[in-house]
Design a binder for this molecule. Structure first.
Ligand code: UDP
Length: 241
C-alpha cells in the first residue's frame, strides 16, 4: 500500500439517484461503507470531504437572485446534511465515524472541526467526514479537500468522477481521439486549463505536495482498487517523476 492516510472527495451530485429522484442513494452509501471497511482494515486512515451539489449550489442560486454569500452558506449546510447521512450509512455497516464541521453547529448535530481532534480520530482508525466545506463562501468542496488534506497531512486525495476514468487532453465524450494521461503535473493542469478541479484546489495541492487520483467512481470497488492502482486512473502530482 502506497498511502497511510487518504482523503476521499465525494461529490454531492454523485450521491444522488436521479432515476429514483432521491437526493441520496442509500444503496450507494452502503457500497461505499463496505469499501471503506476494507480500506480501514488495511490500516489506511480515511477522511472524507463531501459536496452538496445534490441539494444546492451557491453559484446557481446566485444566478436566481440570492445573495452569493448567503447562497454559499446554504451550500455549506447542504454538505452538512450529506455528511450526516453518510455517517448514518457508515455506522450501520459497523464503521466508527465522526462528522467534524467547519461551521459551528449545535454539538447535538456534529462536532466542530479541530485539527488535533481530527488527527486523533484518524489515528484511532475512525473515519472522519468533514462537513461545511472550508466554512467560507466563494470556495468549493474541491478546495476544501485540498485544504483539509493539507491540514491533516494526507498523502493523497481520491477524486472519483462519474463515468470518466482519468484526465484527458480533450473531452473524450466529444473527441474519440482524446489522449488519457497516466500521470500529469499540477502545472500542466493549470497551464493547459484542464477542467479537473478548480484552480485554487490545484494550486494548493501542488504547494503541499499532495497527489490527486482521478478515476471512475462507478467501477466495482472503485475506492480500494484506485488506491491499489487496479483500475484505470490518472495521478496528478507536483513533480513529473
Ligand atoms: N461551498 C462554499 N464554501 C466551501 C465549500 C462549498 O461556499 O468551502 C458551497 C458552495 O455554494 C457550493 C456548495 O457549497 O456550490 C456545494 O459544494 P460543491 O459545489 O463543491 O459540491 P459538489 O460539486 O462536490 O457536490
Amino acid at each position: 500500500m502506497k498511502y497511510n492516510r487518504v482523503l476521499i472527495k465525494l461529490s454531492g451530485e454523485g450521491l444522488a439517484n436521479k432515476d429514483k429522484h432521491l437526493a441520496i442513494d442509500y444503496e450507494l452509501v452502503q457500497k461505499f461503507a463496505v469499501q471503506l471497511k476494507e480500506i480501514v482494515k488495511h490500516n489506511i486512515e480515511v477522511a472524507i470531504v463531501v459536496g452538496g451539489g445534490n441539494f444546492w449550489r451557491g453559484t446557481s442560486a446566485a444566478k436566481n437572485g440570492i445573495n452569493r454569500v448567503r447562497a454559499d452558506y446554504i451550500g455549506m449546510l447542504a454538505t452538512t446534511m450529506n455528511a450526516l447521512a453518510l455517517q448514518s450509512g457508515f455506522e450501520k455497516n459497523g464503521l466508527h465515524c465522526r462528522v467534524l464541521s467547519s461551521l459551528t453547529m449545535d454539538p447535538k448535530v456534529c462536532e466542530v472541526y479541530i485539527n488535533e481532534k481530527a488527527k486523533k480520530y484518524l489515528s484511532d482508525g475512525e473515519v472522519v467526514i468533514f462537513a461545511g466545506g472550508t466554512g467560507r463562501p466563494f470556495f468549493t468542496t474541491d478546495t476544501a479537500s485540498t485544504l483539509y488534506a493539507s491540514e491533516i497531512e494526507a498523502e493523497a486525495i481520491l477524486m472519483g468522477k462519474n463515468n470518466v476514468d482519468g484526465v484527458y487532453d480533450s473531452d473524450p465524450k466529444f473527441n474519440p481521439n482524446a489522449k488519457k494521461y497516466d500521470r500529469i503535473t499540477f502545472d500542466d493542469i493549470l497551464t493547459q486549463d484542464l477542467k479537473v478541479m478548480d484552480r485554487t484546489a490545484a494550486s494548493m495541492a501542488k504547494e503541499n505536495n499532495i497527489d490527486i487520483l482521478i478515476f471512475d467512481i462507478n467501477e466495482e470497488n472503485a475506492l480500494l482498487r484506485a488506491i491499489n492502482n487496479e483500475i484505470p486512473n490518472t495521478i496528478i502530482t507536483k513533480n513529473k517523476e
